[in-house]
Ligand binder design. Structure first.
Ligand SMILES: *Cc1c(COP(=O)(O)O)cnc(C)c1O
Ligand SMILES: *[C@@H]1O[C@H](CO)[C@@H](O)[C@H](O)[C@H]1NC(C)=O
Ligand SMILES: *[C@@H]1O[C@H](CO)[C@@H](O)[C@H](O)[C@H]1NC(C)=O
Ligand SMILES: *[C@@H]1O[C@H](CO)[C@@H](O)[C@H](O)[C@H]1NC(C)=O
Ligand SMILES: *[C@@H]1O[C@H](CO)[C@@H](O)[C@H](O)[C@H]1NC(C)=O
Length: 502
């Protein structure tokens, strides 16, 4: 049995290597001329890739061809030019972990079916909790940052309102949660899920840099209390999704203590600064929190999915979420599934554990530091020319900016600000589409509505695997595409504020 598992593992490795895409040796994937994707829209993709599920199987040879096709038409996230999302790349140890996980098929709900992988989850959680400042804290993995955040919300609600577990809401009971206006939509989903409704997720005003204003938070809480509502949860962010902003945790923590609210930190994106001596100041005050989300599958390059909810009280998840299901949980302290809202659980912690063992905390530190340095490098490069305009100075790996083609008259900004904004948005969209279709780079753009609406802008994530050369090339490609697509602007009638690209 064991031997056949090993054979399966070797077969998997072999199959991956045979594709010539060198999944295992990531360095070979970084050939300068490999495109990020051979992009086909859905109908076209169905023509070039066989998605049919037939009566008869295709066997060994057929399946290898299918896998090769899969690699051919998929987005090559390990290509350094994939800077679209908050994740990128494929850590070699991560790939091996995935293969081992497939062979083990372990389930981290109860200890006795997953002794080793459960302990890996416990140890990685404890160590990260220590970094956050939760002295005896622990944690659990969840299927993604949204799920970690949602588990925090549910646990907090059960902590503050224990009667809800049995009775549900009482008549007239209105629960409120607070999060920054820049926060991720997972909190809105959490508000829907726990039945308090999106209107009772109160959005706290931010600065232009996307940072929550503590005085505004306190005002929102007081107003909610005076309306007769019951606040219970505050979400601060360590690294917002669009701008990368860090909320001031220490003053927010003090407010939470004053009003006896659960203090959660969403570090899905920026939470990994806990590994960096230089950057840890960004989460100063994290020890005041009750819970902390971190997604190693983002900044640390662990394969999707790998997300943790860390808690200051090591038993809080079990205390408030357990149903004492005797058929599954027999009272073993490390039956981690008991603290979740689910049952079976993939041992995602294995990937974190093995990468941590392999690289050491210092490896993670170097990685995080490098990403931050690259963002500052890119900021300096963009500042060298007047054709780029920053949305904010980067405080994270998020670099957000506009491109202003030569043909766009800067005086238009004063004479017709709305038209100027529309032009910038148009440039962003068209350049983005052009470079994505070419397969040269894949990056994203974003809108922003708070505190004031801004035209759509480029959002580049300076993943640690990038080089300065890649970033120079990206800047060059954006300028070239911008000039080519917008060699002149045509303005329409006054009431038509769109622009046309040519
Ligand atoms: C990515 C992200 C999430 C969601 O994480 P998933 O793993 O995609 O569910 C939540 N909050 C922030 C700030 C994020 O950047
Ligand atoms: C990349 O360059 C190498 C060497 O110049 C060449 O052999 C290969 O075909 C190129 N690949 C692509 C995808 O263009
Ligand atoms: C907290 O804010 C972050 C980022 O702003 C967001 O991603 C997350 O979904 C929010 N969580 C909750 C529970 O509101
Ligand atoms: C671990 O170290 C290797 C080799 O230095 C590096 O390629 C990889 O990115 C590191 N992984 C993480 C998760 O830091
Ligand atoms: C502006 O003009 C263009 C070209 O004539 C037209 O396609 C578009 O619908 C107009 N937009 C608005 C908002 O009127």
């Amino acid at each position: 049995m064991f031997l056949s598992n090993v054979r399966l593992l070797l077969y998997g490795v072999n199959a991956l290597c045979m594709t010539n895409l060198h999944l295992i040796d990531v360095n070979l994937c970084q050939q300068e001329n490999t495109s990020v994707v051979d992009y086909y829209p859905p109908q076209e993709l169905e023509k070039v890739f066989d998605f049919d599920l037939a009566e008869n199987g295709i066997g060994r040879k057929g399946i290898l061809e299918t896998i090769q096709g899969m690699l051919k038409y998929s987005v090559r996230s390990w290509n350094t030019k994939f800077i679209d999302k908050l994740y990128s790349g494929t850590d070699p140890i991560g790939v091996i972990s995935e293969l081992v996980l497939g062979v083990l098929n372990a389930n981290n709900h109860v200890y006795h079916v997953s002794p080793v992988t459960t302990m890996m989850e416990v140890k990685t959680s404890q160590k990260m909790a220590e970094f956050v400042g939760f002295k005896d804290g622990c944690g659990i993995t969840c299927p993604g940052g949204s799920a970690s955040n949602q588990l925090a919300v549910i646990t907090a609600r059960n902590w503050k309102f224990p009667h809800i577990k049995m009775e549900g809401f009482r008549r007239g009971e209105v629960l409120t949660m607070f999060t920054s206006a820049h926060s991720h939509y997972s909190f809105e989903k959490a508000a829907i899920m726990i039945g308090i409704g999106m209107n009772n997720l109160i959005s706290v005003p931010c600065t232009n840099e996307g940072v929550m204003i503590p005085e505004a938070l306190e005002k929102c809480i007081q107003e909610s209390i005076s309306r007769g509502e019951s606040p219970f949860f505050v979400n601060a962010t360590a690294g917002t999704t669009v701008l990368g902003a860090f909320d001031p945790l220490r003053p927010i923590g003090a407010i939470c203590r004053k009003y006896d609210l659960w203090f959660h930190i969403d570090g899905s994106w920026g939470g990994a600064v806990m590994f960096s001596e230089k950057l840890r100041y960004l989460i100063d005050g994290s020890e005041l929190a009750d819970s902390y989300t971190i997604n190693p599958h983002k900044m640390l390059g662990i394969p999707l999915q790998c997300s943790y909810l860390l808690t200051k009280d090591p038993d809080v998840l079990r205390k408030f979420n357990s149903l004492n299901a005797g058929y599954l949980f027999h009272g073993e302290h490390y039956d981690l599934g008991d603290g979740t809202v689910g049952c079976g659980r993939r041992p995602d912690a294995v990937k974190m554990f093995l990468a941590w063992k392999y690289n050491g905390s210092q490896g993670f530190e170097a990685r995080v530091d490098r990403g931050f340095e690259l963002a500052q490098y890119m900021y300096l490069k963009l500042s060298e020319t007047s054709r780029f305009r920053m949305v904010t100075k980067p405080v994270n790996l998020n670099v957000c900016f506009w491109y202003i083609p030569e043909s766009l008259d800067l005086s238009l900004e004063r004479s017709n600000a709305e038209l100027f904004s529309n032009c910038l948005a148009q440039v962003t969209k068209e350049v983005h589409g052009d470079l994505r279709r070419s397969g040269k780079f894949m990056f994203d753009y974003a809108p922003m509505h708070h505190p004031k609406p801004l035209p759509i802008f480029f959002r580049i994530i300076t993943h640690p695997r990038l080089t300065c050369k890649d970033l120079n090339e990206l800047i060059e490609e954006i300028s070239k595409a911008g000039e080519r697509l917008f060699s002149s602007f045509e303005e329409f009638e006054d009431d038509n504020v769109s622009v046309q690209s040519r």
